[in-house]
Design a protein around this ligand. Structure first.
Ligand code: GH3
Ligand code: MG
Ligand code: MG
Ligand code: MG
Length: 315
């Protein structure tokens, strides 16, 4: 653990260094002015191991000790670093002001080595516990973010999963219904994907699913649009505040993007590349319809697109 000593009395510096080094605290850095201290703090802000404890002499001659304390504590990275205040005069009310300014402990000079060791040990112990707690909190935040991703994203393609789709559809249904706005819905299914897998294998099939997901994603532009993997080789898009015409233009963009990708399909006689069929529906949410109606309409349209030759959009 790193200790910074801010003190301009050579005698004190020597006794503190000797005592702490004898106690095994070897990472000790000593400065004699606040400017030097701030410079040191500034450089250790960039380092992995910033200061863990500051010993600050309040009677330092070039500055007011309480002001120095406040200046150090005003650095955001250093607000959590314990500061032990040193003073020759504990009767003057300076200790009250030191604690109010953020000191965590004090030592009256001349220094008693036994007291110094005990107070430093205790301050560093608290610092260690605080670092452990901070680390655990960071771990927990990291886990919470991972869990959130796992709950809402599809593991293969990285786009939203079915659960996220279902939740979003209900939310958008309520929101767009309140504003009397239409929701557009697209159901997208890869054509002859079973044959693709059968001839190229599942691993290549998985890669293809990722490429198709990207091509679909690239066809949407508004922040509220949600592209999801609905299941197997089916995708779905929720387009808030979008009518039939708008939804059909997104479908067209998907066909165009996929054609540009030109993913070779060994068993597709018509295009020789991977294509999709798309069903489109759109409607203003009201009490005589439901998200299920909208889904059913898009699904029926998708069936029609398959029946009438695939690689096309029906609504
Ligand atoms: P259609 O044009 O009528 O949609 O024909 P299709 O072959 O695409 O439809 P079908 O429902 O018969 O087959 C879907 C195939 O999608 C079956 C399965 O091999 C493949 N599939 C589903 N999920 C995955 C997956 O996660 N990875 C891979 N590689 N293939 C998948
Ligand atoms: Mg399918
Ligand atoms: Mg099918
Ligand atoms: Mg299919």
């Amino acid at each position: 653990m790193k200790i910074l000593l801010i003190n301009d009395l050579i005698a004190n510096v020597e006794i503190i260094s000797d005592t702490l080094k004898a106690a095994g605290y070897n990472d000790l850095f000593s400065v004699s002015t606040l400017d030097q201290a701030l410079k040191y703090i500034g450089t250790s802000l960039d380092s992995d191991t910033p200061v863990d404890l500051i010993l600050l002499d309040l009677d330092i001659h070039d500055t007011n000790g309480i002001g120095a304390l406040l200046t150090i504590k005003s650095h955001r990275t250093f607000e959590d670093i314990p500061i032990i205040a040193l003073t020759a005069n504990k009767e003057s009310g300076i200790l009250d002001r030191a604690f109010a300014a953020g000191a965590s402990d004090y030592i009256v000079t001349p220094i008693c080595p036994i007291e110094l060791r005990a107070r430093v040990r205790s301050a560093l112990q608290l610092r260690r516990e605080m670092l452990k707690r901070m680390f655990r909190e960071q771990e927990l935040e990291h886990l919470a973010r991972r869990l959130e991703r796992m709950t809402n994203l599809d593991g293969l393609t990285g786009i939203a999963n079915r659960r996220c789709f279902d939740d979003t559809l209900v939310r958008e249904w309520v929101r767009n219904g309140r504003d009397d706005r239409p929701i557009g819905l697209l159901m997208i299914d890869i054509d002859h994907f079973k044959k693709y897998n059968d001839s190229l294998g599942h691993v290549v099939g998985d890669t293809c699913l990722c490429s198709v997901a990207r091509a679909i994603q690239a066809a949407t532009h508004r922040p509220g649009d949600l592209v999801a993997r609905y299941g197997g080789e089916e995708f779905a898009i929720i387009l808030p505040n979008t009518d039939y015409e708008g939804a059909c233009s997104v479908a067209e963009a998907i066909h165009t993007n996929l054609a540009k990708c030109n993913l070779h399909h060994p068993c597709s006689h018509e295009t020789e590349s991977v294509t999709v069929s798309i069903g489109v529906s759109s409607g203003v949410p009201n009490c005589s319809n439901s998200p299920e109606h909208l889904l059913k309409a898009a699904d029926n349209a998708l069936y029609l697109a398959k029946q009438s030759g695939r690689n096309r959009t029906k609504s």
